[in-house]
Design a protein around this ligand. Structure first.
Ligand SMILES: [Zn+2]
Length: 446
């Protein structure tokens, strides 16, 4: 086969014809925290990696196509364990947007930015989600991020924040439970449908919401564990984080941003070692304010204008205090053994949205003390472990060939994850240009 330089063009050709494709000369980041393979090579056959290693050590199958990735870095496609899919319409937001087409659109946005699997948490209607998942698995949709979801549980009129609850209430997406017995019955009904995770909200929204009681969350966690389900627990106050970690929640959601954490929480983290998704970006100044083509490229011009008109003013007076608290809490959470995993809360508001939010979030991890390699693990191998999808998350023989080709090395600067040259799902290059064109029909400059 003739050696071609342009990965995008050859992969489209390759997806149609040759049985195997050898990619070589790239720096290869495995996604498990190991040192990158400089001058690496890997083979993709039938949508899977069949060999990954150093160039020259990877045997090239006969009749394979070759792709030269000289100067590029390859990393596994990312996985996001926490979004709220379906409601965002970019120029408006609400339950009227929640259709399979819009869920797919959000998953395409994620894929375009190098996200291979997306888990929506507690805010999607169960029946529609199961149907969507089945249809996607059956190949009824074009290539997009793989959809995962879990039901949510809260006290009546509690749970999701003031925006999200408008959607979840209209679609009856949250299981409302008041007693331990109701909680157990709800978890049993989820287990009977083969669901693997459940979300709980333990938050009174500064005294404005009913808060889930210990009786209820203890029952949820105990019953879920009997069925080998994971419990994702939303808690933003220090006391609530302690309570849910002590109770055995598997995935702690949010970072405490209004007070400094203490030794009692750290001791609990050392003992329980929960997964932890800090979901910080929703509270950050939006990158839409900063004229970043990487962000603007998927937003309608009127959305960009509206965000800049209302959401980019002088910074929130609490921002400096929040930043100081995050800088204190984040490294201590990590040092105590909280196992960080990528989640964004994308889908609640258009100034922090699908796909680019993932890159914002992992850059935040590095800014607050992780190495780029650790941030990449948090976005690849570890979320695969949390969702329970062992064929995704790392670049290794036998795994699904889901990878991102980058023009620069994210181990040098995590913001280089934004230098996307191509995204491959199951060994096939995603047509990113077509997707980007679709989202720019309202014609803002790229
Ligand atoms: Zn959330």
């Amino acid at each position: 086969m003739k050696l071609l330089a342009c990965c995008l063009s050859i992969s489209i050709a390759a997806s149609a014809q040759p049985h195997a494709v050898l990619y070589e000369n790239a720096r290869v980041i495995i996604g498990d925290g190991s040192a990158p393979i400089e001058n690496g090579a890997f083979v993709v056959e039938a949508g899977r990696f069949t060999a990954v290693g150093r160039k020259g050590e990877v045997r090239m199958p006969s009749a394979a196509a070759r792709v030269d990735l000289d100067g590029k870095t390859v990393m596994p496609a990312m996985i996001n364990v926490h979004v709220h899919i379906g409601y965002e319409g970019y120029t408006s937001w609400g339950p009227e947007h929640y259709t399979p087409e819009n869920v797919l659109d959000h998953l395409e946005r994620d894929a375009c930015y190098g996200v291979r699997a997306t888990q929506t948490v507690g805010s999607s209607p169960t029946d529609a989600s199961i149907r969507f998942q089945q249809d996607q698995q059956a190949g009824k949709f074009p290539p997009a991020s793989r959809f995962f979801f879990m039901p949510g549980m809260a006290p009546p009129n509690g749970g999701p924040d003031a925006i999200l609850i408008k959607g979840t209430t209209a679609l009856h997406a949250v299981h409302e439970v008041s007693t331990g017995a109701e909680a157990r019955a709800a978890v049993q009904s989820m287990a009977a449908r083969n669901l693997k995770s459940v979300k709980i909200w333990v938050d009174d929204r500064r005294g404005t919401y009913p808060k889930m009681t210990p009786e209820v969350y203890n029952a949820v966690i105990d019953e879920a564990h009997k069925h080998r389900m994971l419990v994702h627990a939303h808690a933003i106050a220090l006391a609530d984080q302690k309570a849910v970690v002590r109770a055995g929640a598997d995935v702690l959601v949010h970072i405490v941003a209004s007070e400094k954490i203490d030794d009692e929480l750290l001791a609990l983290l050392r003992e329980k070692k929960p997964y932890w998704t800090p979901v910080m970006g929703l509270g950050d100044r939006s990158e839409v304010c900063d004229n970043r083509p990487f962000v603007d490229q998927v937003l309608p011009a009127q959305t960009i204008a509206a965000i800049r008109a209302t959401g980019c003013g002088p910074s929130n007076p609490n921002a400096a205090m929040r930043e100081e608290t995050l800088a204190y809490n984040f490294p201590r959470m990590i040092a105590a053994g909280a196992r960080i995993v990528l989640g964004t809360d994308a889908g609640i508001i258009n100034r922090y949205s699908f796909g680019w939010a993932d890159h914002h979030e992992i850059a935040r991890y590095v800014q607050l003390g992780l190495t780029p390699s650790q941030a990449i693990v948090a976005a690849t191998a570890r979320p695969a472990e949390v969702i329970g999808i062992p064929d995704l998350g790392t670049l290794a023989a036998g795994k699904s060939a889901d990878f991102v080709v980058l023009d620069a090395n994210p181990l040098d600067d995590i913001r280089n994850t934004r230098r996307i040259a191509a995204v491959y799902l199951k060994g096939v290059a995603l047509d990113r240009d077509a997707l980007l064109a679709k989202w720019k029909t309202t014609a803002a400059p790229r």
